[in-house]
Design a protein around this ligand. Structure first.
Ligand SMILES: [Zn+2]
Length: 252
């Protein structure tokens, strides 16, 4: 009878996560905010949590030795563009609406070159600044997802509603789950649901410190480390590139 396995597949993703794992989680942090080094480096090492850091170059240069330590600690460094362009509605950068594909490509490649020359690693992962994946406006607007697919193993969005279904997700447009400003029970609600459905949650945060706007709480991270460390929860925690490699090679 096919009924039972099909019903099970409809409930879970049906994706072959490694033995004993029900779902996957990546922690990611954007912009090379200084608290990621000043607070996060020691905390993540103590908690044995690995993360992916999508760095902004000017901020990265302010804590270069700290970022070298992050790499030695096993964290991943990702590209987050050089000038962090977002829609003009945000009013803090040159608007994406005014970019050409060639200009956004040059901005991203400039960041890769800086990361390689300063830290000696070539980023495999990219996070879209503000989660926005277009350039131009109206009939001239274009997606820049293909450009990310050409250059990186993964591209991550921001403030997306659902975590990734590994069998169907676009590796160049992965869903990013907002993780800042939440106490652990809110994370646990997201995690328990993802576990039941075999999904891949990629939390996206900014500062690391006391709970607040654009701050992932140290207490939430401590509680998450305990949760992830309990084998009964079936969590596979790893960097975006580690889980991305697995997903890319284990789906039909
Ligand atoms: Zn950012």
């Amino acid at each position: 009878m096919l009924g039972a396995p099909l019903a099970a597949a409809a409930q879970t993703s049906g994706f072959p996560w490694p033995a004993g794992k029900r779902f996957a989680v990546s922690l990611s942090f954007d912009d090379a905010r200084l608290s990621q080094i000043d607070v996060g480096q020691r905390l993540l090492a103590d908690l044995k949590l690995k993360a992916t850091f999508y760095v902004s170059i000017p901020a990265m240069l302010k804590r270069l030795a700290g970022w070298e330590q992050m790499i030695r600690d096993g964290h991943e460094i990702g590209n987050h563009s050089f000038t962090h362009p977002c829609t003009g509605n945000y009013r803090f950068t040159r608007p994406l609406e005014d970019f050409s594909i060639e200009e956004i490509a040059a901005d991203i490649d400039r960041a890769t070159a800086e990361i390689e020359s300063q830290l000696g690693v070539r980023p495999k992962s990219f996070a879209y600044p503000c989660g926005q994946k277009f350039i131009g406006r109206g009939r001239a607007a274009r997606s820049y997802v293909p450009l990310i697919a050409d250059r990186f193993q993964t591209g991550r969005g921001y403030y997306d509603e659902m975590p990734n279904v590994p069998s169907v997700c676009d590796m160049a447009a992965l869903m990013g789950t907002h993780g800042d400003g939440l106490e652990f029970p809110a994370w646990k609600g997201i995690l328990d649901k993802a576990a039941g459905e075999g999904r891949w949650v990629i939390f996206a945060g900014h500062e690391i410190g006391q709970l607040g706007h654009q701050i992932t709480s140290t207490e939430t991270l401590r509680a998450f480390a305990a949760y992830a460390g309990d084998p009964a929860n079936g969590v596979w925690l790893d960097t975006v590139s580690a889980i991305g490699s697995y997903v890319a090679t284990h789906r039909a």
